[in-house]
Write a protein that binds this ligand. Structure first.
Ligand SMILES: C[S@@+](CC[C@H](N)C(=O)[O-])C[C@H]1O[C@@H](n2cnc3c(N)ncnc32)[C@H](O)[C@@H]1O
Length: 247
């Protein structure tokens, strides 16, 4: 059920979040043998997303087709990926649980030569080969600088954390310098940006869309200055933005 399918839209009208989670869980159980087959035959990112249970899959947000477009050619060369927001939600405690790591495991299985670093404001029990976890707040530049000192550089950074505009901006401002030339910085769930809890209506200072607009200005101004290249390209979709760093 992709995010835009009529079935999903109908399900979202009549079911609450917990019931939707259950539906996704049951569907995954039924489809697991077929998903395993798909991952065996090829590096099928959506099948990995469904199997590991991240909401990036076509069962939920449907980001995997966009990730495939931008990441498929990078599979062998990505050495280090950082994701903000490890996930793992429960009906009783929300994200305040040690569960999570669904998307980190998907990235580990998709990028054969990469170390995967996840950060989260809550303690998460994520461990295993090629997986690293650090607890901290994505809006805290001191924490982010320590992270950069320990793990830099990053070929890919993905912000799937609080989705609050000021946090997204603080992370981007600090972490962009640690992205490799030609690397990618992705911001998810931008559809929340105009919700007052995450930002505010168009034009509100400090929101994620204001960051994107500033990046457009910065890119066009730097275009005239060959010594200060920064953003090579921006790809803005309905709910997700990809920033490609100049080489
Ligand atoms: C949507 S979930 C991440 C889902 C995961 N990336 C996946 O695809 O499976 C968002 C996560 O961001 C974390 N988070 C919320 N505020 C944060 C902050 N200020 N700094 C770091 N992480 C934060 C939450 O604890 C939660 O685990």
């Amino acid at each position: 059920m992709s995010n835009s399918s009529p079935l999903r839209r109908t399900a979202k009208r009549f079911l609450n979040d917990a019931q939707l989670e259950q539906l996704v869980y049951r569907r995954r159980q039924i489809e697991t043998p077929m998903l395993r087959l798909r991952t065996r035959r090829a590096a099928d990112l959506d099948a990995l997303a469904c199997l590991h249970g991240t909401d990036k899959s076509s069962y939920q947000h449907g980001y995997t087709c966009l990730y495939k477009t931008h990441f498929a050619s990078r599979r062998p060369t990505v050495r280090r990926l950082l994701e903000i927001g490890v996930g793992g939600i429960t009906s009783q405690r929300g994200y305040e649980t040690t569960e999570g790591g669904q998307s980190l495991r998907m990235w580990r299985d998709y990028f054969p030569n990469a170390e995967i670093v996840g950060i989260d404001i809550h303690a998460k029990a994520v461990s295993g080969p090629h997986l690293h976890f650090e607890q901290g707040d994505q809006s805290d530049p001191v924490f982010l600088r320590a992270l950069i000192d320990k793990y830099r550089p990053f070929d890919i950074v993905i912000d799937d954390g609080s989705h609050i505009g000021s946090h997204i901006t603080a992370s981007f401002v600090t972490l962009w310098s640690a992205v490799t030339p030609g690397g990618m910085y992705v911001i998810e769930d931008l559809s929340l940006a105009y919700d007052p809890r995450y930002g505010g209506p168009p034009g509100t200072p400090g929101t994620a869309p204001e960051l994107i607009k500033a990046a457009v200005d910065d890119t066009l101004l730097r275009e005239n200055d060959p010594f200060r290249p920064s953003i090579a390209a921006m790809h803005i979709y309905g709910k997700i933005a990809f920033f490609e760093k100049a080489k």
